[in-house]
Unconditional design. Structure first.
Length: 101
């Protein structure tokens, strides 16, 4: 009876293939988990009632209520404009139009 012997090169190749397969599976699981976590943030509701308030103060009030963070240049003159807003239990997209810049 002949026994099959693996050479050193064949053994390393099989181990490398198994390791690569495991790494791909772990990467896929991490990706799926990340996508699942990011989907849960959308449903936050905000309630505000502010009269003649600067836009920067409105943004800060929104940040305090939810997990939202706004980045803006404080030198922009339009941020000092005063606005009135009244909303109850609404999503951010319902009362504040968002656009990618």
């Amino acid at each position: 009876m002949k026994k099959s012997r693996l050479t050193l090169g064949e053994s390393n190749l099989r181990q490398s293939t198994k390791l690569l397969l495991i790494m791909k599976m772990i990467a896929a699981l991490i990706l799926i988990g990340t996508l699942h976590v990011s989907a849960g943030v959308k449903g936050q509701r905000i309630s505000l009632k502010m009269d003649q308030t600067e836009i920067t103060k409105v943004l800060k009030a929104i940040e305090k209520q939810g997990a939202y963070r706004f980045l803006y240049n404080s030198d922009i003159k339009g941020l000092r404009d005063k606005v009135s807003i009244e909303t109850t239990n609404a999503e951010l997209s319902e009362f504040m139009p968002l656009r990618a810049v």
